[in-house]
Design a protein around this ligand. Structure first.
Ligand code: C2O
Length: 548
């Protein structure tokens, strides 16, 4: 086993965008953060040293963390945060995975500046299931806030309102020329003609799903969430926060007398305010010195779907299928042991009018819930509490298998929009084969939610609009080549059905990857128990595991 060492010094750094300089939390002074590279089968030792006046934790988004839940990273779920002046070594082995993933802070809104690519190459000598690209380029989408995102979210939570939206989207940290005072901060992808580039796309934005396109070029989708898919071509793709997508970009065979914008802007289904701006980068053909430089290049811009183009999103996601070959099989669980039905959505909670200016509907606070339970973050880590048998009073193992309130989910909102609160876990015996229906609700208006599950990949066996029909819809489930992933968009006013095998003991967070919804409580956790055999048990905690 090859071991790869990384050191993440968490430090403040002044960064300027849009003519606005701010001090931000970074890894090693870099924004976005440095890439972590490994091969399938490698062991990673990443030492995180906290030099900033914030608690820190880092999540390796999409890494399965087989039996190594201590390295997963969500604060107060699998670990206590790394306090100022402390350090922690994330120690995990990449088992049976290869592709584009990413890492990000997993505490409060610090992931707005703490994120970077996590690239797992196939084992030495194992080719991709497509021709070797000439070059590989990570492209991370993010959001830039002129003010401090930590202040934005704490203000929003105090008043119960929606947080301020970002001031720009970014490609590899750069907003690009469509924003004021930003032309010099433009991502440029320099290419040669007649070559194939593998673009590793990552959506690290806090609160927005994004459309992406490159003018006059076609993108061939080959991988999603580090799983190879049946290749298909498209002009435009959609990517939700948390997701990754690999595309092959074939450049034109001759030097074009033009350069080309690549742009991203949001896909939005909710009612609230959002950043409707567009980030642009430039695809630039590098003209060698022996060819006379062409003057006055034409600039082509892609046209992106309308901001609320759900038809595009549905057609696109329906095309995503696992490769499902003998080498890369789709091991969809066929016999289901447990079926769950979770409602996903926004709601309200009481707001103390004496102390606060309540900005939620009718003098409430905005809240969000799963099965009407809005998750309360405990003050010590659930995984430790479980492992050391100290769970008393910290959490209850009684997450509801069905919604607490039954109503017509996508019809008129119920009279009672109040959520209930709790730190509830859904307990699963080792190797339970799970089918989970996630149903969007229209309690405060329907909205698409990118749901992310830690510790597992799952198969998306079905999806649809309206209310899930348990008598009809399962007949159409795809058990042959469904897409396998770690983050899925629950359609606005619709549902998705996923299946996974609970073969990874530990406490595993599941939440909406729209950060504002996570902050409002759209999150829950699974507790997967140890199996009987020694190699089916959670490994013991590392000695340097942070304490609360
Ligand atoms: Cu990418 Cu729990 O997060």
């Amino acid at each position: 086993v090859t071991t790869r060492h990384y050191k993440f010094n968490i430090q403040m750094k002044n960064v300027a965008r849009l003519c606005h300089t701010k001090s931000m939390v970074t890894v090693n002074g870099k924004f976005p953060g440095p890439p972590v590279m490994a091969r399938e089968g490698d062991r990673l030792l990443i030492e995180v040293v906290n030099h900033v006046p914030h608690n820190i934790s880092i999540h390796w988004h999409g890494i399965r963390q087989l039996r190594s839940g201590w390295a997963d990273g969500p604060a107060y779920i699998t670990q206590c945060p790394i306090q100022t002046g402390q350090s922690y070594v994330y120690n995990f082995t990449v088992v049976g995975q290869r592709g584009t993933l990413w890492w990000h802070a997993h505490i409060s809104w610090l992931r707005s500046t703490l994120y970077g690519p996590l690239i797992i190459l196939p084992k030495q000598g194992t080719p991709y299931p497509f021709a070797k690209p000439y070059k590989e380029v990570p492209i991370i989408f993010g959001e830039w806030f002129n003010s401090d995102p930590e202040a934005i979210i704490s203000q929003a939570l105090q008043t119960g309102g929606g947080p301020n939206v970002s001031d720009a989207y970014t490609i590899n940290g750069l907003p690009g020329p469509l924003y004021n005072c930003s032309a010099k901060d433009t991502f440029k992808l320099k290419v040669k003609p007649g070559r194939t580039y593998l673009l590793r796309l990552i959506n690290a934005a806090l609160n927005d799903e994004l459309f992406f396109s490159i003018a006059n070029h076609t993108l061939k989708i080959v991988e999603a969430d580090a799983i190879y898919v049946k290749p298909f071509e498209t002009e435009t793709l959609v990517i939700t926060p948390g997701q990754t997508t690999n595309v092959l970009l074939k450049t034109k065979s001759h030097f074009p007398n033009a350069s080309f914008f690549m742009t991203a802007r949001p896909y939005v289904t909710g009612q609230g305010t959002f950043d409707n701006s567009t980030v642009a980068g430039i695809l630039k053909y590098e003209i060698p010195s022996n060819i006379p430089h062409m003057k006055k290049l034409q600039l082509f811009k892609p046209s992106l779907p309308a901001l609320n183009d759900t038809n595009f999103v549905t057609n696109f996601t329906n095309k995503l299928r696992s490769l499902a070959t003998p080498q890369f099989p789709a091991n969809v669980p066929k016999n289901v042991n447990k079926r769950f039905f979770f409602t996903i959505g926004l709601g309200t909670s009481p707001c103390d009018k004496k102390n606060q200016t309540c900005q939620g509907p009718n003098g409430t606070k905005f809240s969000a819930s799963v099965n009407n339970v809005s998750f309360i973050q405990p003050n010590t880590a659930l995984l430790q509490a479980h492992y050391f048998g100290q769970s008393n009073g910290l959490y209850s193992p009684d997450f509801p298998i069905n919604p607490l309130h039954w109503f017509n989910y996508t019809g008129n909102p119920p009279n009672n929009t109040m959520v209930s609160n709790g730190t509830k876990l859904m307990v699963l015996p080792f190797n339970t084969s799970v089918e989970l229906i996630m149903q969007d609700t229209s309690i405060l208006g329907a909205e698409s939610h990118p749901l992310h599950l830690h510790g597992f990949n799952f198969f998306v066996v079905g999806q649809g609009f309206g209310n899930f029909d348990p008598n009809k819809d399962p007949n159409n489930f795809n058990l042959v080549d469904p897409i396998e992933r770690n983050t899925v968009g629950v359609p606005s006013g619709g549902w998705v059905a996923i299946r996974f095998l609970a073969d990874n003991p530990g406490v595993w967070f599941m939440h909406c990857h729209l950060e504002v919804h996570t902050s409002w409580g759209l999150k829950m956790a699974w507790l997967v128990l140890d199996g009987k055999l020694p190699n089916q048990k959670l490994l013991p905690p590392p000695a340097d595991l942070p304490k609360c």
